[in-house]
Design a protein around this ligand. Sequence first.
Ligand SMILES: Nc1ncnc2c1ncn2[C@@H]1O[C@H](COP(=O)(O)OP(=O)(O)O)[C@@H](O)[C@H]1O
Ligand SMILES: [Mg+2]
Length: 259
Amino acid sequence: MVRREFNHEVPIITVRHFTAGYDGHVLLRDLSFDIYPGEVFVILGGSGCGKSTLLKHMIGLYQPLKGAIHIEGKDIVTAQGQQRLGILARIGVMYQQGALFGSMTLLENVRLPLEEYTDLPGEAIDRIALMKLQLVGLGPAAYKLPDEISGGMRKRAAIARAMALDPPILFLDEPSAGLDPITSAELDQLIIGLATHLNITFVVVTHELPSIETIADRVIMLDKRTQGIIAEGRPQELRDHSKNLWVRQFFNRQVEAVG
Ligand SMILES: Nc1ncnc2c1ncn2[C@@H]1O[C@H](COP(=O)(O)OP(=O)(O)O)[C@@H](O)[C@H]1O
Ligand SMILES: [Mg+2]
C-alpha cells in the first residue's frame, strides 16, 4: 500500500559503492542506494547476510573497505571530530539487543542522551524525556524499571531514548524480534505514526513479511551469495514484478527469508 508520496529529489542518505566485511573477508560488495526524507526504508535478507553490518556502518560504528555513506550530504565515513559528532546528533539508533539500563527508570534511560549531548538544565531534560515517553505511549510508565514492563514496552522505551535528541533519522535493528504478533503489529503502527506525523526517516532491519507489508515504503533485499542487492523497490512491485523468481516467491509467502 502506498501510504504517502515522497520527494525523490534530495536523498537524506546515500550509499555509494559500499564494500564491507570483517578480517579481510568481504561480506557486502559494491552496494549503492538512496533513502529519502520521511521514508520507512527496510533492509531485508537472510540471517547472516550482513544487515546489521550494513546498519552499523551507516551509523559510523565501522569503516567500510570501500565506498561512501552520506547522511544529509555529509560523509560519515571520513568525518572526524566535531563534524562527526554533528552527524551522529542527527541519527538515533535502536540496536538488535536494544538494551535499556536495567537499574534506571525509563525516564532516566531517556534522559541519558540529553545529559550527554546538551547543556540543558535538569528540569528541562526531565520534561523533554517525559515528552518522548508520552510520544510512544509510555508516560504512565516513566518511573518504572525495564524489568517491570513488557517486552513491547521496552522496545518503545528504547525508541523514545533514540528520539531524545530529536534526530530526523532513526535506525532500528530487528525491532520486532522476540515480540508476539500483536505487540509487533503495535510497534509497526508506532513506526508508521512517527514517520507520518513527525516526518522521521526510518531505516529498519527486519525479515518479517507482515511487518514489511505494513511499514515499508521501499525495501532492499541483501543476498549472501551475491553479496549484493537482489531487489529494490516497493514491496508490492517486488511481489508482482521482480525479475528474480525467489524474490517474487518471498513476497508471495512461498519461501522463507533464509539466505
Ligand atoms: N564484529 C564482527 N567481527 C567478525 N565477524 C562479524 C562481526 N559482526 C558480524 N560478523 C559476521 O558477519 C556476518 C554477517 O553478520 P550480520 O551483519 O550480523 O548479519 P545479519 O544482521 O544479516 O544477520 C555473520 O557471519 C557474522 O558472524
Ligand atoms: Mg542482524
